[in-house]
Design a protein around this ligand. Structure first.
Ligand SMILES: NC(=O)C1=CN([C@@H]2O[C@H](COP(=O)(O)OP(=O)(O)OC[C@H]3O[C@@H](n4cnc5c(N)ncnc54)[C@H](O)[C@@H]3O)[C@@H](O)[C@H]2O)[C@@H](O)CC1
Ligand SMILES: Nc1ncnc2c1ncn2[C@@H]1O[C@H](COP(=O)(O)OP(=O)(O)O)[C@@H](O)[C@H]1O
Ligand SMILES: [K+]
Length: 461
């Protein structure tokens, strides 16, 4: 797991005050990291266009130009001149070196966007917008310095932003890089060391980026076992029975010893999945909500009142009957529209999906502050898993998963781990990693995935 921060100003301050490092030293390291990336990936003499803004992001770009000068064909473009102290200092240095400034954008092998970084604090004016649009049209390798210009500190893209192939971010990972709106722009993310090791630069945080190593698959080590050793999941199937069946199949493939679908009407199920009309006596986890539609309220209430590990999905996020359950340890897996309905139901906020997507981290925090026992998994391009004060980010997902039924597979995977006695947070983290990594491993075209393909890939992890 890596740390993620809302802002790194306080970490920079620690460097100045505690380690007597200066802004100049930090900046030199920031620029060196980008220079190293270019030297490792591009031949000498390649042309590098560096677009520098008026503040310290631009100053990073100017310092980079100085570091590459002579070995590479450096083209510095400063559309707004140098305004911050550091930008003026760096501009003076490049001028003393004999570097001339360019007056316009031209085709180059590499483009470095050092226009705006964490200081973007207002809408882009026409000139900046034109620059970003022109850069985006260039057919070259694109590197963003710290953060693609046009993305603000919350990760919102309110007009347009620079489409980076790689973002080299300074010091530590920032929340802004992981908002869904930023995902198409950031490309591959690398962290630049600012003069001390990252482990010293960083402080305690409540936000974490999940890595493959955080996935703890339900591998079986015990030899003396039987099916009952791996739990019995009950999936409650409603009017859209397919959803429950997909979840049940995913759960079985992910290790639950027994899986039953609870349904009043007779349904066609694979032979290894059982049907029952009521909850099983030995049930160790419940999955409810997917494809539920209208269901007998009293019956749902009775099921939710059971002290059995439960995952709630889909249709139930619109129903008041879940409110009582939110006081307990339960897993919720809403997509953005369902989460908006839930926020309203809980009287936390009455917002649109667009508003939610602008501030995903904030609303997950608000919800988890109010319901600290709940494990909340907010679906999206980057999934956020919130529990009490902590948020875990999974950025492995791809649009391969944008298909009906993908969410049902995820519910099944989480439910399977709950049935196998994982705690709620561990179940959500491992199942979500498995879900996204399975989709990543899928080799056919990225438009073609169906739920059963996803389950097959999960089996191969
Ligand atoms: N603080 C530090 O120690 C370090 C900072 N570094 C760099 O410094 C950057 C932050 O620098 P700054 O705080 O100077 O901020 P920026 O350089 O990101 O932007 C601030 C400048 O842009 C202008 N501006 C903001 N929004 C605008 C808009 N929409 N249209 C036109 N102009 C706009 C502001 O008026 C100001 O002149 C980081 O992103 C990083 O690249 C790095 O050098 C590493 C060390
Ligand atoms: N573009 C994307 N990038 C990453 N993950 C995605 C993307 N689109 C969808 N997903 C994932 O696919 C799943 C879709 O779930 P959901 O919308 O509930 O589907 P359904 O209810 O039809 O099964 C979620 O886990 C979501 O995070
Ligand atoms: K930038």
């Amino acid at each position: 797991m890596q740390h993620i921060y809302y802002e790194v100003g306080s970490l920079d301050k620690k460097c100045y005050e505690k380690f007597a490092l200066t802004e100049d030293i930090l900046m030199e390291h920031a620029a060196s990291s980008i220079a190293r990336f270019i030297e490792e990936n591009f031949e000498k003499k390649s042309s590098v266009l560096i677009v520098c803004g008026p503040g310290n992001n631009g100053a990073d770009g100017l310092a980079l130009g100085r570091l590459l000068y002579k070995e590479y064909e450096v083209k510095l473009y400063l559309p707004f001149g140098a305004k911050s102290q550091m930008a003026k200092l760096q501009k003076n240095r490049v001028e003393l070196l004999g570097l001339t400034l360019h007056e316009e954008i031209s085709e180059s092998d590499i483009v470095v966007d050092a226009l705006f970084g964490s200081g973007l604090n207002k809408d882009l004016d026409e000139t900046s917008l034109n620059i970003i649009n022109t850069l985006n049209q260039l057919n070259t390798y694109k590197i963003a310095c710290d953060i693609p210009s046009g993305i603000n500190i919350k990760g919102q893209v309110n007009q347009e932003a620079f489409y980076a192939d790689t973002t080299i971010t300074m010091g530590a990972l920032k929340v802004a890089l992981f908002n869904d709106e930023a995902k198409d722009y950031v490309g591959k993310i690398e962290v630049a060391n600012l003069g001390i090791q990252r482990s010293i630069y960083e402080e305690k945080t409540n936000i974490f980026l999940l890595e493959k190593e955080d996935m703890n698959l339900p591998l079986r080590n015990k030899k003396n076992s039987h099916k009952g050793s791996f739990g019995h999941l009950n999936v409650i199937a409603g009017c859209k029975k397919g959803a429950g069946i997909i979840a049940a199949k995913a759960a079985f493939g992910f290790g639950a010893g027994l899986v039953s679908v609870v349904c009043h009407e007779d349904i066609d199920l694979p032979y290894h999945i059982m049907q029952t009309h009521f909850l099983s006596d030995n049930c160790t986890a419940i999955a409810i909500g997917m494809g539920l539609g209208k269901y007998e309220t009293e019956e749902i209430k009775t099921i939710l009142a059971k002290e059995i590990p439960t995952i709630i999905d889909a249709d139930l996020f619109y129903e008041e009957i879940i409110l009582e359950k939110l006081k307990s340890d339960v897993v919720l897996t809403p997509h953005p529209k369902e989460f908006c309905a839930l926020l309203k139901l809980c009287e936390i906020a009455d917002i649109s999906v667009i508003q939610l997507q602008k501030d995903r981290f904030e609303y997950v925090s608000k919800f988890c502050n109010k319901y600290p026992k709940v494990t909340l998994l907010l679906k999206g391009a980057n999934v956020l898993i919130g529990k009490d004060k902590e948020i875990y980010v999974n950025s492995f997902g791809t649009s391969t998963l944008s298909k009906g039924g993908s969410g049902d597979v995820l519910s099944g995977l989480i439910a399977s781990l709950l049935a196998q006695s994982y705690n709620s947070l561990d179940a959500a983290i491992t199942a979500n990693l498995a879900h996204t990594l399975a989709a990543k491993n899928y080799k056919k075209n990225n438009y073609s995935l169906i739920p059963s393909d996803l389950v097959e890939e999960v089996k191969k992890l």
